[in-house]
Design a protein around this ligand. Structure first.
Ligand SMILES: Cc1ncc(COP(=O)(O)O)c(C=O)c1O
Length: 366
């Protein structure tokens, strides 16, 4: 047999033997406690149904034929919404992070990132020529130590809400440190926007730090129920990314209905702000219910709530039991999270009910 086939088989066997094989699943008719559709926008016709357009496909990359007034108009709208000087749309959050982190830091620079940073930022860092070091999760002293030993321009990468833990970054302290050491702070707000801030503008705006953060990445495939992402910052940043960010330059732009859905989702949210309150009340309800249980939990005020059940085998079995009882909760296995930190990642949505939460926790044994 060909050696490359053997290699692929061996790698998959390895995953199986570690009980960590990833498989695509279709779970229909279960109560959703796992999607990122926190506000239920993915099923809102008003956001996704498009009136007649003259053009639907982008026809090319933004620098060739894929630029148009619609896309630039949505970027202006998003810049205003998020209190930024400018906005540049990317095809996804993954793409945006690759595009930002591979192009901004230069050879001789240092990127210092939270150890729990999202895979897309890690991949962007790997594509850059800069040196990179992680700091302990949300630990300002660890960050300081790493900055003191760094060379060149320093870039700090954090998430305002961590995707696998749901907890919050200490943004005010991070801004202070960034200022003190002349470092550029970049914040991924994928899981904060739509949930935090008066109009869902995220935690950077909620804390009034929009002028202190060098760049923000907002994704629209989570609370906004759509797709794509935007990089927010000053005009210089936008010009730079248009010139140097390969993930922006060398790809076909998003179809116009996807771009328009970004704006519609924000308009819809402005008209339905009570959805955020409904979600927040359910998050509080869930948190109250899980105080004093037998499991380790991660303290989080976001829509992402985690219950730690160590071991891939154990967490898989528990998740299967939960699914068999009608609730869609997925196990998060190692190596996605460190060994011993395997967990149920429970996402709360504005469309869930207290009865559903009670039912779910009863199956878990809480
Ligand atoms: C923190 C964070 N950043 C970026 C992404 C990627 O965003 P997208 O799904 O739009 O590619 C995700 C999604 O998993 C995420 O959790």
């Amino acid at each position: 047999m060909n050696s490359h086939i053997n290699h692929i088989k061996e790698k998959l066997e390895q995953r199986k033997s570690e009980n960590a094989l990833r498989e695509l699943k279709v779970n229909e008719n279960l109560v959703d406690f796992c999607s990122n559709d926190y506000l239920g926008f993915a099923s809102e016709k008003e956001i996704h149904f498009q009136e007649k357009l003259n053009l639907y496909g982008a026809t090319g990359s933004r620098l060739i034929s894929g630029n148009n007034k619609v896309t630039e108009g949505v970027e202006d709208f998003l810049a205003t919404y998020y209190k930024a000087e400018s906005a540049l749309i990317f095809n996804s959050g993954y793409n945006a992070n690759i595009g930002v982190f591979s192009s901004l830091p230069q050879r001789g620079d240092t990127i210092i990132y939270d150890e729990l940073i999202h895979a897309s930022i890690r991949d962007g860092i790997r594509l850059s020529n800069a040196n990179s070091f992680s700091f302990k999760h949300n630990d300002i002293n660890s960050l300081k130590e790493k900055i003191k030993n760094s060379k060149g321009q320093v870039w700090i990468a954090v998430e305002s809400i961590y995707s696998m833990d749901g907890d919050e970054a200490p943004l005010e302290e991070l801004v202070e440190i960034a200022k003190k050491y002349d470092a550029a702070l970049i914040v991924d707000e994928a899981h904060a926007c739509g949930v935090f801030g008066e109009k869902g503008e995220g935690l950077v705006v909620e804390h009034g730090l929009e002028n202190d953060v060098f760049a923000r990445i907002v994704t629209f495939g989570k609370a906004f129920g759509a797709h794509g992402a935007v990089v927010l910052g000053n005009k210089l940043l936008r010009d730079y990314l248009i010139n140097y960010s390969r993930a922006f330059i060398y790809t076909t732009a998003l179809p116009l209905p996807s771009v328009l859905a970004m704006k519609k989702a924000h308009n819809f949210l402005e008209n339905n702000l009570e959805r955020i309150d409904v979600l927040k009340n359910l998050i509080s309800y869930f948190k109250e219910k899980i105080i004093n249980n037998q499991y380790q939990i991660i303290n989080s005020n976001s829509a992402i709530q985690c219950i730690i059940v160590p071991g891939n085998n154990e967490i898989r079995q528990l998740a299967e039991k939960i699914q068999n009882n009608g609730f869609d909760v997925r196990p998060i296995l190692s190596p996605t999270v460190p060994k011993g930190q395997e967990r149920l990642r429970i996402c709360i949505h504005a469309f869930n009910t207290e009865e559903q939460i009670d039912g779910l926790l009863k199956v878990i044994g809480i």
